[in-house]
Design a binder for this molecule. Sequence first.
Ligand SMILES: [Zn+2]
Length: 383
Amino acid sequence: MLVAQHILDKEGIIMPYCWPEDTGFTRIELAVEERWCQTCGGALTTCDHRHHRVFTLNGPLHLVCKLAHCPTRACPAHPQTLSPEAETAITMPWWVLGWDVVCWLGQRRFARHWSVGQLRAELADTYQIRLSADAIETYIHRYQQMLAARRQAPDQLATAYADVEAVMLAIDGLQPEKGHETLYVVRELERKRVWFAEPLLSSATTEVQQLLVQARIWAERLGKRVRLWISDKQDAFVRGIAAEFPGVPHRYCANHFLRDVAKPVLDADSRAKVKMRRRIRGLRAIEREVLAEQRPAVPAHGAETNPPAPQPEAVARDVVLEYCAATRGILNDDQGGPLHPPGIRMAEALGEVHASLQRNLEAQKGGLLRTDSPVWPATSTGG
Ligand SMILES: [Zn+2]
C-alpha cells in the first residue's frame, strides 16, 4: 500500500516528458492490492485514475493507476488516497524511465564507462528512447543513489563482513572533472568495497576529519578492529588518521609511490625506444628489393594447371619479407606500463630476431642454403 499524496506532490515539481503524438503505448491497469480499509474494515472504492507513461526497453508503457480510498466519511483513513504498489516494480511514481532502462544506463555508464553522449545515441537508435543529456544525467544520479544505498545498507554490510576479523581502510581524493569538488573516497580493502564518498570543497584537516570520524563509526558499528590505514602523504590524512585512529599503523599508498616513479621510468624507456628505432633502419628498402625480384610469370588465362612448386629463391624471399614484417611489428609495439616497459620488450624481441638471423647465417655457412641465393646478402647488410 502506498499513500498517494506524497507521490502527487513529488510529481508536481518534475517537468513532464513531452511524448510525441504517435507514440504507441502498451496500456497496463494497476489496482490497489488491498480491497478493505485497514482502519475500519470497509470496502475501498476507486476514487481516481493516475496516468503514468514510461519508457521501458520493451517499448513505452501507459500505466493506469487506480487510486482508492475508504468512502466512509467517519473513518479516520477517509482522507487518504492509496496508490497501487505494483507500479513501483516497474518504475518509481514520478519517473519517465522504467527500472530496466535505469539499470541499463547505470551498468553501461559505470561498468563500461560509456559517455552520456554514447548512452543517449544508443537509447535513441536501439530503443527509440529519446532523452536529453540532462535527463540521462539525472537518472544516472538516481542509479548511483540507489546503488550507494544498497551498498551501505547496514544488514548488507554486516553480512559482507561477517567473517572478516579486522578491516583495512584507505582514503583518497579523486580529481574531479573541471568545476567539481574533489571527491574523497573511503574504501575498505579486505572486502574491496567503497564504504562512502563525499565531495569536499577543500582538503582542510577539519573537513577530512569528518570523514575519518565517519569511518571510525562504521568500523565500530560493524564491531571490527581497524588494523591498517593506507593513504598518500597529504597532511590532512596523516594528522587526521593519527588523531582519530591512535595506534593504528598508517602506510603510504604503494600506488602513489609507483605513480611517482613511473614517470622517470617511462621517460627513460621512451628514449631507449627512440634509439633502437634509429638503429633498425632500411626495412622498406629491403622489402622493395625483394618485391622487385618477385614478379612471377603470369600463366596464360584459362590454363588449369597445378601451381608450380615454389622455387628456393621465392621461399627465401618470403622469409625475408616475414622477418621485415615481424621487425616492423616489434618497432611499432607500444603496449605496456611502468612495470612492463615497452622498450624492454622491444629490446628482447629484437634480440630474438637477431639471434634467429644469426642462426640462419651460420646454417648458410654450413652449406645448408645455396650460397648463390641473391637474397641473403641483402638481409645481412640490412641487419
Ligand atoms: Zn475506513
